[in-house]
Design a binder for this molecule. Structure first.
Ligand SMILES: Cc1cc2nc3c(=O)[nH]c(=O)nc-3n(C[C@H](O)[C@H](O)[C@H](O)COP(=O)(O)OP(=O)(O)OC[C@H]3O[C@@H](n4cnc5c(N)ncnc54)[C@H](O)[C@@H]3O)c2cc1C
Length: 377
């Protein structure tokens, strides 16, 4: 199955996403809705949805080749599709109530629904459990008031799974609600960003947004279970982002190699020729090591063993490696590397954001340090 998935995605990229289109989406900050609709032709939207609900019955890590291949041409498309596959398909498939699964999963499997996930707040990023947005119960419903920040797709999604505070306990006082974005009081404003243009990353305001008890993710009995529900997705999230990084790293390396073949090979003295070759060899080696780490961690996830250390190492190493490759690639292109004629500057801007989203490199290192037995103070 993984090879088929990779081939299907690669064929989709070649058919539908020219480099010119990728550049236009980046430069004009366009949410790639038309491509999301076309992606339905691949039949891959339901890759991690149970067959009972119209999906392919795979695991979330089966989607990694999709993210990798899309990121090789248009990283933001992988980011947006991954967001829906994780925070629609997976979050509902793993934690949803039966009625939520029946309502959402068949439409998600057909690519007909857009989901976002709202955890981060202006005062709660890396320290995610510090969220303060409140959902207060009265008159038979919960009423959400407060702000969220950096929420991907929040201005275009049908539903936003929103993490709220429903009790004072740091972890056991958090509830996830499936919020319909057409509810009065919900508003989202896109932010201008360095990279991942087109991802519709927004600041979101909730002004007395009404949600029913049955809109708690998992149903009313899952009140105050939001933190545990989120934790079930963390390994998959880190690996999805790892796959995005692998694709960007490969794209950066490919462009640097193509440039080398065209510009250096027959025109430069031998010394420079070898120095550049060595740089490219190092980039290829580090990328290969990153790929092995990511897919080994993915295999561990499918074995249901504890692999927090490996998935954190993967997120940290793949994103930092891809960043290094893009920086080095731009260097090798000389002045051309800084021009919009080449894609490396776009890949670099995207990967700089990728080291932050889903837990920064510093946070991944904190987790790894703890996992190798170091005191956290
Ligand atoms: C493009 C983009 C899309 C995003 N999409 C979403 C989304 O859809 N939903 C969502 O909920 N969030 C989303 N986020 C938010 C993202 O998860 C947070 O930005 C990230 O967790 C970091 O939080 P912060 O920005 O508040 O940084 P901070 O937590 O304020 O961190 C600032 C700096 O301090 C460092 N730092 C913080 N704490 C520690 C520590 N304990 N030890 C060492 N260093 C530390 C960080 O590594 C970082 O370098 C997105 C972010 C971006 C950039």
């Amino acid at each position: 199955m993984p090879d088929d998935i990779r081939q299907t995605t690669r064929a989709f990229v070649e058919k539908e996403i020219s480099f010119d289109l990728a550049r236009e989406i980046d430069q004009q900050d366009i949410y790639p809705d038309a491509l999301l609709r076309k992606f339905s032709q691949t039949g891959l939207w339901g890759i991690n949805i149970d067959e009972k609900y119209g999906g392919m019955g795979g695991h979330s890590v089966d989607a990694m080749p999709i993210y990798e291949e899309l990121s090789r041409r248009l990283p933001v498309l992988a980011w947006v599709i991954g967001n829906i596959m994780l925070y629609g398909n997976d979050i509902i498939g793993i934690n949803g109530s039966e009625s939520q699964k029946e309502k959402f999963l068949p439409a998600l499997a057909e690519g007909k629904l857009r989901f976002s996930f709202a955890l981060t707040e202006p005062e709660a990023g890396s320290d995610a459990a510090n969220i303060s947005i409140k959902a207060v119960f009265h008159d038979g419903a919960y009423w959400i008031t407060g702000n969220k920040m950096f929420i991907t797709g929040a201005g275009v999604s049908d539903y936003v799974v929103t993490m709220t505070r429903t009790a004072t306990h740091r972890y056991k006082g958090i509830t996830a609600f499936v919020v319909d974005t057409s509810t009065p009081g919900y508003s989202a404003n896109p932010l201008k960003k360095l990279g991942y243009h087109g991802s519709n990353t927004c600041s979101v305001h909730y002004e007395n947004v009404r949600v029913r008890p049955e809109d708690v993710l998992g149903g009313e009995s899952s009140l105050n279970q939001g933190w545990n529900q989120m934790v079930t997705l963390l390994n998959s999230e880190r690996l999805a982002l790892s796959a995005c990084a692998l694709g960007i790293g490969q794209a950066g390396l490919d462009e640097a190699i193509a440039f080398y073949k065209q510009h250096y090979r027959f025109s430069q003295p031998n010394g420079r020729f070898q120095a550049v070759q060595h740089a490219l060899a190092e980039m290829a080696t580090e990328l290969e090591a990153a790929r092995r780490l990511a897919y080994h961690a993915a295999w561990l996830v499918t074995q249901n063993v504890d692999c927090l250390k490996e998935t954190s190492m993967s997120k940290y190493f793949t994103t930092e490696t891809a960043k290094k490759i893009c920086l080095r690639g731009i260097d090798l292109l000389g002045s051309e590397g800084g021009t919009l004629a080449y894609n490396l500057q776009r890949y670099l801007r995207d990967v700089l954001v990728l080291t932050i989203g889903g837990g920064t490199s510093q946070i991944q290192k904190n987790i790894i340090a703890k996992q190798i037995g170091l005191d956290q103070g």
